[in-house]
Design a protein around this ligand. Structure first.
Ligand SMILES: Nc1ncnc2c1ncn2[C@@H]1O[C@H](COP(=O)(O)OP(=O)(O)OP(=O)(O)O)[C@@H](O)[C@H]1O
Length: 261
């Protein structure tokens, strides 16, 4: 097991945000984290990435307690792409991506060929090679998102945690990014709102509702019409796509007076 969370609970003030959440991410596979707005996905990902301590439970990386890993080892192995990642505006694209190499460097080592290769590879994989000298502040929201992902790839992590990485991306880049992630030999945990993307690219999904895991397993077994109705409050028909063999969800319009916002 690459990342395992056991009985994670976390409160914010008096509110129980996560309630005894357990999950396992298998090496080299993509685990999708799905759930309605406010169900606790970002809170959980921050705990899995070691950025927040749970009130109860523990996270293990290859069987070792995350807290015992130490900041440097953690930074070398786990890359986290946050939903609203901030970056110093006065940098070029390649400089931002180079930041991904920081955990691998020591005060005595200069910039190495391995660093250069990792950055070049990350830029190429995210389609940013031609944009590498552009200034960060001139990029669109989707381009910035891709740069953050390139920075995470340059980190050459063994675990990659992505919080709604397809936000801001056009459909070409959404599909491209998820295909890229699915093709990496890296353990990925990715939160997604697009359930069809989760069905298409994730090996397994974990469904959160009000801070609890209410279902988990392969998309075909998990994304049922009943679950979609009970957890996401939508009426849908799920069919196996004749085009890619994965489940495809056909969402149906709400009946009059049924919509709740
Ligand atoms: N630091 C905090 N203090 C207080 N409440 C918080 C804090 N962080 C998260 N919450 C609350 O916890 C709940 C879960 O938030 P979280 O961002 O984890 O959900 P999410 O599933 O990622 O939502 P979305 O799909 O809308 O991004 C929300 O109601 C949020 O307001």
């Amino acid at each position: 097991m690459s990342i395992r969370a056991k009985g994670i609970s976390w409160r914010a003030g008096k509110r129980q945000i996560l309630d005894r959440v357990s999950l396992e991410a298998e090496p080299g596979r993509v685990l999708g984290l799905i759930g309605p707005n406010g169900s606790g996905k970002t809170s959980l990902l921050r705990i899995l990435a070691g950025l927040r301590r749970p009130d109860a439970g523990q996270v293990e990386v290859d069987g070792e307690d995350l807290r015992a890993l130490g900041r440097r080892r953690l930074a070398r192995r786990i890359a986290f792409v946050e939903q609203h990642g901030a970056t110093n505006a006065d940098l070029r694209v390649c400089d931002v991506v180079k930041l991904g190499r920081f955990p691998h460097r020591s005060p005595f080592s200069g910039w190495t060929g391995a660093d250069e290769a990792a950055v070049a590879d990350a830029l190429a994989r995210t389609g940013l090679t031609d944009r590498r000298f552009d200034r960060w502040q001139n990029l669109s929201g989707g381009e910035r998102q891709r740069v953050h992902i390139a920075r995470a790839l340059a980190q050459t992590p063994s675990e990659l945690i992505l919080d709604e990485p397809t936000n801001h991306l056009d459909v070409h880049h959404q599909i491209g990014l998820l295909q890229l992630v699915a093709g990496l030999d890296v353990t990925c945990i990715v939160s997604l709102h697009d359930l069809n993307h989760a069905a298409l690219f994730c090996d397994r999904v974990v469904v959160l509702s009000r801070g609890r895991v209410v279902a988990s397993g392969p998309p075909a077994e998990t994304l049922t019409e009943t679950l979609l109705r009970e957890v996401f409050a939508v009426d849908a028909r799920v069919a196996t796509s004749p085009h890619h063999g994965r489940p495809h969800i056909h969402f149906l319009p709400f009946a009059k007076g049924e919509i709740e916002t």
